[in-house]
Design a protein around this ligand. Structure first.
Ligand code: HAM
Length: 461
């Protein structure tokens, strides 16, 4: 099954772990011997660290908020699925399935794969949970890691993150296509993403009078210009001629520009659908550019396809891809079901925001509590708890520090205020608050301190 598919990298099941664990690891003193070994994240994967993760959280929070306003609910499918699910949904001849999946044999000899995308999983879940019985359409979104063994570069990773949404069931009214696109665009606008460009196309449907007829013509045209094509495109004439249109190879561009165009070969229904999608986008004030070469690299698409690019990303500038996939649920064993969706590359989205200077703010503290003496520590612990419950970011040093050292530490951590608690302050009930930006100091009672900090917080937000 999945063994032939996408198994460029293969894990070995726990039953045969002895084959993957280094032989020296079985030496009882291995753990001591190996103390000098340095581990690194696997190529194409990385650690997301603070303060950058603040931005990741902000992006995710905004997705939750914006998608909810369009009536979407969150789905969390598993990270691994039967290999065959992706082979069937995405297509056995696609690069994703044939070259890039991380597949392994499980103990029971089934082949499973780390998900390279999540549309297949959402459709599997839709069928498994009989969601066709829910009021249509069913609107679902997801966030999380995907895995593709691609050549890593800026904006391209082997573990990357997507934020995606799918609408399943109901009608294929062009207003749905436009609404899905409108939702992504308003999400990007809310984040302040710059240089966003939407490209759209229709690739018709799989029938002789529509895409199938076009593909035959395309194939014939490609055969005629074969000697001007590179090895990849030559191979694709047989395996997936539409993908030749995706080529970025400079030497092929002039040839591709003269190939037959799908727009001239759509059946009446698909042409009408595409025209209405464009009108619906205009009604929503969504600007777009048509791109007849936009065919996408997954087999399940039909009719509307779209891609969105953003600034500051170099060659990997596609930040979102999506399209309509009526028929996919049925292909996976479910009832005939309309479907459309998209996935945003979160790594690229974050990169683009950072390049535009909309990145992370340093992970500072609102209050650094400088305390000296046991009585002061008691008061410091109590006030730290209250401040945190009120939502302030508080740093409470675990050991006593001289005030000079404490203030230096507060500064290094990017604290706005230092609360100075010595025996005198605790006894008098008047606490010293130092504003680190200008060095000014004020005395406050506990109640006044909370009032002051809340006011400052309101002002700065
Ligand atoms: P996709 O075009 O393969 O579509 O991926 C969507 C987005 O994921 C890309 O535009 C890109 O931003 C990001 N992406 C893909 N591969 C990588 C990578 N190796 N490193 C970083 N980012 C990457 C899909 O996955 C479809 N499931 C989208 C969809 C949902 N269509 C309908 N519903």
């Amino acid at each position: 099954m999945g063994n032939e598919l996408g198994s460029s990298f293969r894990f070995v099941s726990a039953a045969t772990n002895s084959r993957v664990i280094p032989s020296e690891a079985r030496n009882p003193s291995y753990r001591l011997m190996a103390t000098k070994a340095k581990f690194q994240a696997i190529k194409g994967t990385r650690d997301l660290l603070p303060p950058e993760t603040e931005l990741w959280n902000r992006v995710e929070q905004t997705a939750h908020e914006v998608f909810a306003t369009f009536g979407f609910g969150e789905i969390r499918p598993p990270i691994f699925e039967p290999t065959d699910l992706f082979a069937r949904a995405v297509g056995g001849e696609t690069d994703i399935v044939s070259k890039e999946m991380y597949s392994f044999e499980d103990r029971d000899d089934t082949s499973v794969s780390l998900r390279p995308e999540a549309t297949a999983s959402v459709c599997r879940a839709y069928i498994e949970h009989n969601m066709q019985q829910l009021p249509a359409p069913v609107k679902l979104y997801y966030l999380g890691p995907m895995f593709r063994r691609e050549r890593p570069q800026k904006g391209r990773y082997r573990q990357f993150y997507q934020i995606g949404a799918e609408i399943l069931g109901g009608t294929d009214a062009p207003g749905i296509d436009a609404q899905v696109i409108e939702m992504v665009m308003s999400f990007f606008a809310r984040l302040g993403l710059e240089g966003v460009q939407l490209e759209i196309n229709s690739i018709g449907h799989n029938a002789p009078e529509c895409r199938r007829g076009y593909v035959e013509k395309l194939k014939a045209a490609l055969e005629r210009v074969k000697e001007h094509l590179g090895e990849d495109s030559k191979r694709r004439i047989e395996t997936n001629p539409l993908r030749v249109l995706d080529s970025k190879l400079e030497s092929e561009q002039a040839v591709i520009a003269n190939l037959p165009r799908i727009g001239d070969h759509l059946c009446d229904e698909c042409a009408k659908h595409y025209k209405e999608v464009k009108r619906q986008l205009e009604l929503r004030g969504v600007a777009f550019k048509e791109n007849w070469r936009l065919v996408r690299g997954l087999d399940y698409y039909m009719r509307t396809t779209f891609e969105i690019t953003a600034k500051g990303l170099g060659s990997q500038n596609a930040i979102c891809g999506g399209g309509r996939y009526d028929g996919l649920v049925e292909l996976l064993g479910g009832p005939p079901t309309k479907g459309i969706g998209f996935a945003i590359g979160q790594d690229r989205l974050v990169l683009s925001l950072q390049e535009a200077g909309k990145g992370s703010v340093a992970l500072g503290r609102d209050v650094y509590i400088a305390w000296m003496g046991e009585k002061a520590q008691r008061a410091a612990i109590a006030v730290a708890q209250k401040l945190r419950n009120a939502g302030f970011r508080v740093e409470l040093p675990p050991t006593e520090q001289k005030f000079g050292k404490a203030l230096g530490q507060a500064d290094k951590l990017g604290s706005r205020y230092a609360l100075i608690l010595g025996e005198d302050e605790v006894t008098s009930g008047h606490w010293t608050v130092k504003t680190l930006a200008d060095g000014s100091q004020q005395k406050y009672t506990e109640a006044e301190l909370f009032e002051f900090l809340s006011k400052q917080k309101q002002l700065s937000s």
